[in-house]
Design a protein around this ligand. Structure first.
Ligand SMILES: [Cu+2]
Length: 350
């Protein structure tokens, strides 16, 4: 036999063998032809699902439950892209925020009534801690924690290729004001002081969400882009409305095997100042309660890894890890600047 023919025979036997294995593995499901083809094509619609939650879709009648933990550290103040010292902040304000941590536990639930529509609900539990220094040199910390705003969203496929090598979807939804906007804590000025805008757990308003995602996929690579806008409506019970927000991401994923992928992602965020003001705040007390200097923009670079259980008892489970650093920020300030962000998540699709 010529060499090339031998090679072809070997290839063909390999393909046949793997087909046979996947067919026998999927025998119970009855739908073995679809399932085995799918495995060959490896159509992980949710290849980056843990780290970019809103972008993916599910197959008809699939459910997904998920949990994600996020931690963001902020230290020092920026005004535009320039650092501002505490002493400089204290020339204009009686209190300067010096650092802040934000932790979020996010529960998510997804269901696809059809191959073209995926519904999702997300509920965060947030915990904030902010350190301050006063003009007199005193230091104090304020904290808040609790349930944030409930998000309901639908992803609708606008365009897809047969094997989902390219999927383009549009999304819309609502954020409902289930999070408190009346969080309070002890400060040197009062035993019962409302905490800053950024430490309140919700927006207090009904917010509209609208966005687009595109995802592309081969056996070894994934890539995609997403844009998501948050449009706030009306004013909340405390007479203000948080600024509208626009977020965008682009990413490239290397699929190393059917159980592991790694990604690099650029994520841009743009958010406006607060409209109106909570009358309880004196905006000259601290920049964190001055509604006119809360806007900003930021570009983050993030590295992530996702692990999948393609079969066995853990089939359908995902784990994801992501670490990110801001590479550019420009803030209406003085405003605390982000230093780093990490997250870890789990998902189970069934
Ligand atoms: Cu999902």
């Amino acid at each position: 036999m010529p060499k090339s023919l031998t090679r072809k025979t070997v290839y063909l036997s390999c393909i046949f063998l793997s087909l046979a294995i996947s067919v026998s593995a999927n025998e119970e499901e009855g739908n073995f032809l679809d399932a085995s083809l799918e495995e060959i094509m490896r159509i992980p619609l949710d290849v980056n699902a843990v780290n970019i939650l809103e972008s993916h879709i599910h197959k008809k009648n699939q459910w997904m439950v998920g949990y994600r933990f996020m931690h963001m550290g902020m230290q020092g103040n920026l005004s535009d892209d320039k650092q501002v010292s505490n002493a400089d902040v204290l020339k204009d304000y009686r209190v300067a925020p010096t650092s802040m941590t934000m932790e979020m536990h996010m529960a998510s639930l997804m269901y696809a009534p059809s191959d073209d529509v995926t519904l999702m609900a997300m509920l965060p539990y947030k915990r904030f801690s902010m350190e301050h220094v006063t003009r007199m040199g005193g230091r104090f910390t304020t904290k808040s924690e609790g349930i944030g705003d409930l998000t309901l969203m639908a992803n609708a496929v606008a365009f897809r290729t047969r094997w989902n090598e390219h999927v383009f979807n549009v999304k819309g939804g609502l954020s409902l004001p289930t999070g408190s906007i009346n969080e309070r804590d002890k400060t040197p000025a009062s035993d019962d002081q409302k905490v800053a805008y950024a430490m309140q757990l919700g927006s207090g308003t009904v917010d509209l969400l609208a966005g687009l995602s595109y995802g592309g996929l081969t056996n070894d690579w994934g890539w995609g882009a997403q844009a998501l806008a948050t449009i706030r409506t009306g004013k909340n019970d405390n007479h203000y409305r948080l600024g509208d927000k626009l977020e965008g991401s682009i990413w490239v994923t290397r699929i190393w095997d059917n159980w592991i992928s790694t990604s690099i992602r650029a994520n841009g965020e743009l958010w406006e100042d607060i409209h109106g003001a909570d009358p309880e705040f004196n905006p000259r007390m601290s920049p964190s309660v001055n509604p006119d200097i809360r806007g900003g923009k930021r570009l983050n670079m993030l590295l992530s890894m996702e692990l999948y259980a393609p079969e066995g008892a853990l089939k359908g489970q995902h784990l994801g890890f992501e670490i990110g650093l801001p590479v550019y920020q420009s803030l209406d300030g003085p405003q605390l600047e982000a230093d780093w962000i990490i997250s870890a998540g789990w998902q189970w699709t069934f």
